[in-house]
Design a protein around this ligand. Structure first.
Ligand SMILES: [Zn+2]
Ligand SMILES: [Zn+2]
Length: 247
């Protein structure tokens, strides 16, 4: 594995939308040049050289807004895909089975990850924990050279998950907030959160952890963002597509 230059250790939000819309790409976070978490914006949100430089993909779960770009990346160089067995099976059977797109799955390596596992991916130490979603889904704590970030996949409120994230003592955490409080019943049914749930996260994480909110559904974005602002949580930032910060 080639050494990663210091200036590559950057978090970039390539896609943060909870569903596609004009100008809005879905979940995809880059850590440096070689690693992405989820592939909602892989390839179609990148220059060709940028997507070709990605060598490792961590998949939180199989839903299309998180796996959309993956088929288009296959066949363009070395690639390792990491995820739960259920996630990898679903992607290979349904997305890469030959009907939706030519089956190029043999051009990548598929690496099963257990919930609770500790592994090394693209120079990052990765710890995983299960989220509480409608399909099996993971949260990732990523650490390299003393820098740490937690990226939580799609989830409804889950005390065990929040306790695990707090135990990572990361300075920053990416957490989803999909719907406005008005439709919290819908959020729960589809395994998602609303702004009032972020209060539970703040209580669990304490005041020192910066929370980056993601996965807002574009259909009620203004309402959801208004409710996030009304929380008056100075440590909370709603991620915008293209946001980047050093790790
Ligand atoms: Zn999902
Ligand atoms: Zn999603």
């Amino acid at each position: 594995m080639p050494a990663v230059r210091e200036n590559q250790a950057q978090f970039r939000a390539l896609g943060v939308s909870g569903a596609p819309a004009a100008g809005r790409l879905t979940t995809c976070f880059a850590l440096g040049d070689g690693l992405v978490v989820d592939t909602g914006a892989l390839v179609h949100g990148q220059a060709p050289a940028e997507s070709a430089a990605v060598t490792d993909i961590l998949l939180s779960h199989s839903h299309l807004d998180h796996t959309l770009g993956l088929p288009f990346r296959l066949g363009h160089g070395e690639l390792r895909v990491w995820g739960l067995k259920e996630t990898l099976d679903a992607v290979r059977q349904h997305l890469l089975g030959g009907d939706i797109w030519p089956d190029l799955s043999a051009t990548a390596s598929w690496n099963e990850v257990q919930a609770g596992a500790e592994l090394e991916v693209a120079g990052w130490k990765v710890h995983t924990h299960r989220c509480s979603h409608t399909v099996p889904c993971l949260a990732f704590a990523l650490e390299r050279g003393g820098r740490k970030l937690v990226i939580v996949g799609d989830t409804r409120v889950d005390e065990g998950l929040m306790t695990w994230v707090a135990s990572q003592e990361a300075p920053a955490c990416v957490v989803e907030c999909s719907f406005p409080d008005r439709v919290s019943d819908v959020a729960v049914r589809f395994g998602h959160q609303t702004p009032r749930d972020l209060r539970s996260w703040r209580a669990a994480l304490g005041s020192d952890t910066r929370m980056y909110v993601t996965h807002v559904k574009p259909s009620a974005r203004d309402e959801t963002l208004g409710e996030c602002r009304a929380l008056q949580d100075a440590g909370l930032t709603v991620l915008e597509q293209g946001d980047a910060f050093p790790l």
